[in-house]
Design a binder for this molecule. Structure first.
Ligand code: SF4
Ligand code: F3S
Length: 393
C-alpha cells in the first residue's frame, strides 16, 4: 500500500480504528458486493486513495427513515471510512446551516462540481397540482430533483419512496407521488429500495464506485444484483422449516416459539428479492424474520398495494404465472423460484465476476479478514409436505 494508505491508517489510528478493523470492513463490504474475497485488497487500496467526492442528500416526501438508518450505522467504519471519504455537502436533517444558508450549500455544490457529485435522494416526488405538495425553499421538490440529478455524476435513490413513490403513491394517495427515475429518465440512477434501505447496501454501492469507477450491475428496475439478486426465501434461516412443512399457524403458538416458517402468517420472502437475511440490519444483528415477523416485501415495486394484506399470503404473487397461486408455490416452489432466479440474472453474477467484468486479482486473501454473513439456505430438491401448506391464517 502506498503513501495515501499510510495517511489513511494514521488518520484511522487517531480515531482508534486499527488496520485489522479496516481490513475487516473491506472484507465485509466485498462479501456484501458478492465479490470474491480476493477483491478485498483492491477495495482497501481504492478506499485509501479515493478522492473526496461531494455528496448532496435530498429529502422529499419521506419519513427520514433512511436518514435514521444512515445515522444509526454505529459501526465506526461505515461512517468514518466511507462517509469521511466522501463529503456530504448538503443534507437537510444533519447539516448545521439552515434556511437560505442551507440552500446556498446546495446551489454552490451543484454549480462548483457539475457532473462530479453524487446525489442521494430519499422520498417520493409529488407531481400532482404542479408539485405543490412538497416545496423546499419555495421550489417544488420536482424541480430540485431535476436540477440536482440531471447534473450529478450519479444518483442513488434510498428507500421505497424514492424508488417508485412508496407509501405516498399507494392507492388513495392524492399527491401524484412517483419515483426519481421517472422524473429524470436520462440521469444515471441506481435504486436501493426498502423501508428503509439497508445502509450496508448504500455503503457497498459507493465503495463499488470508488473501487471500479462504475456502478454495480443492476436489474431492469435499477436495483443492484448484489443486494437484490436473490430471493429472501432462498437465504432465510427458517427455510429448512418451510421445506419440512413446519409453519407458524398463529402468533405465539408452539411453532412461533420454535422459530418455524412464517409463510402461513403472510411472509412474502418467496416473492421478494433482497439480501436482508445475510446482510441484516443494525450491524448485522437481526432482520424481520429473525425478529419473528414475516417479510412484507418492502423492496418490491408498489409493495404497499401489491404485497398487502401483510399478514395473509398473496393469491397471485407478482412475478409468477397468473394461474399459479401462493398455495401452489408452497407445494412446488423450488422449480418456479429457480426459474425466476435464473431469469433475474443472479447466478451468473454471483459466480465471481464483478459488474465491470474484471476477474479477481492475485492471491491476497490472506491479507484480508473476510467477515462472511450466515450461509444461505441450500436449494431443496423436493417440495414441502402438502399437508403443511393448507391455509392456516
Ligand atoms: Fe423464511 Fe418467510 Fe421463506 Fe418461511 S416463507 S422460509 S419465514 S422467507
Ligand atoms: Fe423488507 Fe422483507 Fe427485508 S420486509 S427489510 S425485504 S426481510
Amino acid at each position: 500500500m502506498g503513501e495515501d494508505d499510510r495517511s489513511l491508517l494514521a488518520y484511522l489510528r487517531e480515531r482508534g480504528v486499527s488496520r485489522r478493523t479496516f481490513l475487516k470492513f473491506c472484507g465485509a463490504i466485498t462479501a456484501t458486493l458478492a465479490l470474491p474475497a480476493s477483491y478485498a485488497p483492491r477495495v482497501a487500496a481504492a478506499l485509501s486513495a479515493a478522492p473526496r467526492i461531494p455528496v448532496v442528500w435530498l429529502e422529499g416526501q419521506d419519513c427520514a427513515g433512511n436518514t435514521e438508518g444512515f445515522l444509526r450505522a454505529s459501526h465506526p467504519t461505515v461512517a468514518e471510512l466511507v462517509f469521511d471519504t466522501i463529503s456530504v455537502n448538503y443534507h437537510e436533517t444533519i447539516m448545521a446551516p439552515a434556511g437560505r444558508a442551507a440552500e446556498k450549500s446546495l446551489s454552490d455544490t451543484v454549480a462548483a462540481y457539475p457532473g462530479q457529485y453524487i446525489a442521494i435522494v430519499e422520498g417520493a416526488v409529488p407531481v400532482a397540482e404542479g408539485g405543490t405538495y412538497c416545496l423546499i425553499g419555495g421550489r417544488t421538490f420536482r424541480s430540485i430533483v431535476e436540477e440536482v440529478c440531471n447534473n450529478a455524476l450519479l444518483t442513488i435513490t434510498v428507500g421505497s419512496c424514492a424508488f417508485d413513490g412508496g407509501l405516498p403513491a399507494a392507492n388513495g394517495g392524492p399527491t401524484g407521488a412517483t419515483g426519481v427515475s421517472s422524473i429524470v429518465p436520462r440521469a444515471k440512477v441506481v435504486n436501493l429500495p426498502g423501508c428503509p434501505m439497508n445502509v450496508q447496501n448504500l455503503t457497498a454501492t459507493i465503495v463499488h464506485y470508488l473501487t471500479f469507477g462504475s456502478l454495480p450491475a443492476t436489474d431492469s428496475l435499477g436495483r443492484p444484483y448484489f443486494a437484490y439478486g436473490q430471493l429472501v426465501h432462498d437465504q432465510c434461516e427458517r427455510r429448512a422449516h418451510f421445506d419440512a412443512g413446519e409453519y407458524v399457524q398463529a402468533w405465539g403458538d408452539e411453532g412461533s416459539r420454535k422459530g418455524w416458517c412464517l409463510y402461513k402468517m403472510g411472509c412474502k420472502g418467496p416473492e421478494t428479492f433482497a439480501n436482508c437475511p445475510t446482510v441484516r440490519f443494525n450491524d448485522r444483528t437481526s432482520w424481520p424474520v429473525k425478529a419473528g415477523h414475516g417479510c412484507v416485501g418492502c423492496t418490491m415495486p408498489r409493495f404497499w398495494d401489491q404485497m398487502s394484506p401483510f399478514y395473509r399470503r398473496l393469491s397471485n404473487p407478482p412475478g409468477f404465472a397468473v394461474d399459479v397461486t401462493a398455495d401452489q408455490i408452497g407445494l412446488g416452489l423450488v422449480g418456479v423460484v429457480t426459474a425466476l432466479s435464473v431469469a433475474h440474472g443472479t447466478i451468473s453474477y454471483v459466480r465471481g465476476r464483478s459488474a465491470d467484468g474484471h476477474e479477481p486479482e492475485g492471491e491476497l486473501e490472506a491479507a484480508v479478514l473476510v467477515e462472511a454473513g450466515p450461509p444461505a439456505a441450500e436449494p431443496v430438491t423436493s417440495p414441502p409436505d402438502p399437508a403443511g401448506s393448507e391455509e392456516g391464517s
